[in-house]
Design a protein around this ligand. Structure first.
Ligand code: NAD
Ligand code: GLY
Length: 349
């Protein structure tokens, strides 16, 4: 078992271990004391782990209610948010009560946003059950729902009070959803952790506890410096601007993890073409992505990808900040004029 402490506007522990779900009650009681809890989960995760978590919480003296959404991104909507807020009110949760987000990033983002706005803010804990949620979305306090106009367009920064990461739950993920999380894991290695990248080359499943703990420690360090995403935290967007464009061009038939994997290759190849990064780094990245069963190329042109990339939230007026690997373990923010983006993407294809 490993614990990573996050120092943000709220300080909390991320506890990473095998079989922790049975200890949810005991760990939650230490973090929150006894109160009423609303478990938020999706139908798939509920059928696998809902009972175990609910039993553990009840055995530790919590009273619980449960709100179950259909699995999938479509549930990260304003309609789900309003339905959840009404459910919390109907069940008379007070400011002293809390939400438990049990699931992947969809559940975590929705439940976290509800916690941020219900009664102007109540506590919540994250229990991530996908690799992406374990290494990224459950930590750092970004919460959101999607609007018709785009993903994550309404949200708040609201830190959880505790993250319980039982990596045994990853055993029931489909290979595709596990691979999606691997893209985010590899991202941390390229941003600023060469030893992590080397460990990933030895095998992700084989070293999962150490890998999750390293990713969370990386994220915790970045969030401690830039909780509200005005500077260094933007490094976590490596591969994402082009990745979001790939997702949009494919009408979301290419998954987020696959799109980020291709996006990381495109920015790295462009960096090589600009003489900023050695070609050997690009080879190491593509090898690792392939080993993780992730794609490394797509059929879209720079002309198709650029308008979609410019719709990204990271655009500020006439400039956009990309993240460029100078070497594995050394990525930097790279501000470019929107007029130059198409040429940059072309260099990366
Ligand atoms: P997800 O929550 O949709 O989960 C993917 C699928 O896996 C779902 O169908 C779910 O039911 C299923 N699942 C979850 N756990 C399972 C398990 N243990 N066994 C079997 N099936 C399981 O998707 P995700 O990839 O976890 O998260 C994506 C979301 O996270 C996106 O909405 C994205 O915007 C958000 N996100 C947020 C942040 C942040 O910082 N808040 C960071 C990255 C991504
Ligand atoms: N997933 C990006 C962030 O938390 O900033």
């Amino acid at each position: 078992m490993k614990t990573v402490h996050v120092k943000a506007s709220l300080e909390y522990d991320v506890i990473i271990g095998k079989g922790l779900l049975c200890r949810t009650g005991e760990l939650t009681r230490k973090a929150l004391g006894v109160c009423s809890l609303c478990i938020v989960t999706d139908d798939t995760v509920d059928s696998l782990y809902g009972e175990k978590v609910e039993n553990s919480l009840r055995e530790s003296g919590f009273s619980t209610v449960k709100f179950v959404i259909p699995h999938g991104e479509a549930s990260k909507s304003t309609a789900s948010l309003v339905a959840l807020l009404e459910f919390l009110a109907e069940n008379k949760l007070t400011r002293g009560d809390a939400i438990v987000a049990l699931g992947g990033g969809v559940v975590g983002d929705l439940a976290g946003f509800a916690a941020a706005v219900y009664l102007r803010g109540i506590k919540f804990i994250q229990i991530p059950t996908t690799l992406l949620a374990a290494v990224d979305s459950s930590v750092g306090g970004k919460t959101a729902v999607d609007l018709v106009a785009g993903k994550n367009l309404a949200g708040a920064f609201h830190q959880p009070s505790l993250v319980i990461c039982d990596y045994e739950t990853l055993d029931t993920l489909t290979p595709e959803i596990f691979a999606d999380g691997c893209a985010e894991v590899i991202k941390y290695g390229i941003i600023n952790d060469k030893p992590l990248f080397t460990l990933l080359e030895k095998g992700i499943k084989e070293n999962i506890e150490e890998i999750i703990a390293s990713c969370v420690a990386n994220k915790a360090a970045i969030v401690a410096e830039d909780e509200f995403d005005t500077g260094k935290r933007q490094l976590l967007n490596l591969g994402h601007t082009v990745g979001h464009a790939i997702e949009a061009c494919s009408e979301f038939s290419i998954s987020h993890g696959s799109a980020v994997a291709i996006g990381m290759v495109i920015v790295t190849r462009a960096a090589v073409a600009l003489g900023l990064c050695a070609p050997s780094e690009l080879s190491a990245l593509t090898e690792l992505l392939k080993a993780a069963k992730l794609p490394t190329s797509c059929s879209y042109t720079a002309e198709e990808l650029t308008p979609a990339a410019l719709g990204d939230k990271k655009r500020k007026g006439s400039s956009i900040t990309l993240v460029i690997p100078y070497s594995i373990g050394d990525s930097r923010l790279y501000k470019t004029d929107v007029a130059d983006l198409e040429e940059f993407i072309r260099k990366g294809l």
